[in-house]
Design a protein around this ligand. Structure first.
Ligand code: ASP
Ligand code: MG
Length: 393
């Protein structure tokens, strides 16, 4: 199973490189399924955002169903194009929509949930010796109409079909050599991770690292199918993702921390005195505000949200007549490592690392495999560099 993202398909040279990767895989595997994203990014002719830019989304009378019809075109064009290129290389290729490939979803257009995958048709195509080229990011609803499964959904298509077909591995092709220990724009010493666990990658994606869609990681984890993040434009080995206890490179598995992720543009609110927490946070949820970090005390609550939702929160605070303060331009830095579970002293080490760099921690939260600190965005580079160094990434 191979999946090619938008940047791997942006122009004819990159598509040629992608085809080379398929040809290479053909040497080792009898059956190959290729899942494709739409070609390129906004501005490029058939990219999802380019298609969307044909419509004035705020004012359109089109339904989500019709927008799905538009958005799904990008992947459909892409799969026909790739099938054609494979044909030109003398290979038998068969282009399919997500629905053709057996993916059924509910009818919640633009963000449909997968209900079922029936691979019978796909398997017959593979048995006949075709390379199946499937349009990612889409399925068909229970009424047979085309749906899309949420932005970035082609990764999910690949993991889903990989799981349903019990693929040997799912290779996700992109334009970098693999997953990095931190964002190299923030931390120049960041390096490629050879091996990492599903949980860690899931946490990275969830904590703001743009690696692979978390839903795809979860699907692969449940099916126990390895994911490999690879570069269409290089021969680098890439990052191998599997279960923690199957990691072979002990040098990596033995590290307490495998990576650092961050999310910018956070706002931290502190509410003083008694408000009806249940009602307040219930209403925030109803208004679509997701709480990033939260600590509740008898006479105080502190919570962090994304900047975009600030005005909604401010309005609700007024309705509740609450006394509050807020800090803008915050950033959440998360250290991730499956091995930290139950190991004492990780938080202490983080506090030491940040405070000896003169960075103030505004709030923390943790899970079994992550510790997150809220800091000022202006401290971001310093913080990531310090943590990267002190945890010997
Ligand atoms: N083309 C879709 C998007 O831009 C799906 C994907 O690329 O994964 O969201
Ligand atoms: Mg993508």
């Amino acid at each position: 199973m191979q999946k090619f993202g938008g940047t791997s398909l942006a122009n004819s040279e990159s598509r040629e490189q992608a085809i080379e990767k398929v040809l290479e895989a053909k040497k080792s595997y009898d059956s190959i399924v290729v899942v494709v994203s739409a070609m390129g990014r906004l501005g490029e002719p058939y990219a999802t955002d380019t298609l969307l830019s044909l419509i004035d989304i705020q004012n359109t009378k089109l339904s989500d169903r019709e927008l799905d019809l538009l958005m799904s075109c990008g992947e459909i064009i892409s799969c026909v194009n790739i099938a054609n290129l494979l044909n030109e290389k003398g290979l038998k290729a068969y282009a399919l929509t997500g629905g053709d490939a057996g993916i059924t979803t509910d009818n919640k257009h633009r963000n449909a949930e997968i209900l079922n995958v029936d691979t019978e048709h796909l398997q017959n195509i593979l048995k006949e010796g075709f390379i199946a080229v499937v349009a990612g990011f889409q399925g068909k609803g229970t009424n047979n109409e085309i749906t899309t499964i949420g932005r970035g959904g082609s990764d999910t298509t690949a993991a889903l079909l990989g799981a349903a077909l019990n693929a040997e591995a799912v290779e996700i092709y992109t334009d970098v050599d693999g997953i990095m220990t931190a964002d190299p724009r923030v931390c120049p010493t960041a390096s490629i991770i050879d091996e990492i666990s599903y949980t860690e990658v899931f946490q990275m994606a969830d904590s703001g690292a743009k690696v692979i869609h978390p839903r795809a990681v979860e699907l692969a984890r449940r099916a126990g199918i390895p994911l490999i993040i690879k570069n269409t434009f290089s021969t680098a080995k890439g990052t191998y993702i599997t279960q923690y206890n199957k990691l072979e490179r002990r040098t990596i598995a033995e590290k307490l921390i495998t990576s650092i992720a961050h999310r910018r543009s956070r706002v931290q609110f502190s509410v003083d005195g008694d408000i009806d927490d249940e009602k307040f946070f219930g209403q925030l949820a109803d208004m679509g505000v997701s709480i990033d970090m939260i600590n509740i005390f008898p006479q105080k609550s502190v919570f962090t949200i994304e900047d975009e939702k600030k005005s909604v929160v401010l309005e609700l605070l007024k309705v509740f007549n609450a006394k509050y303060t807020f800090v803008e331009s915050c950033c959440k830095v998360t250290v991730i490592g499956e091995r930290m579970t139950g190991v004492p002293g990780v938080m202490a080490k983080i506090i030491k690392s940040l405070s000896s760099s003169g960075i103030k921690i505004l709030q923390t939260s943790d899970s079994l495999t992550t510790i997150a600190c809220l800091i000022k965005e202006s401290d971001l580079e310093k913080a990531v560099k310090a943590l990267h160094k002190d945890f010997e990434l």
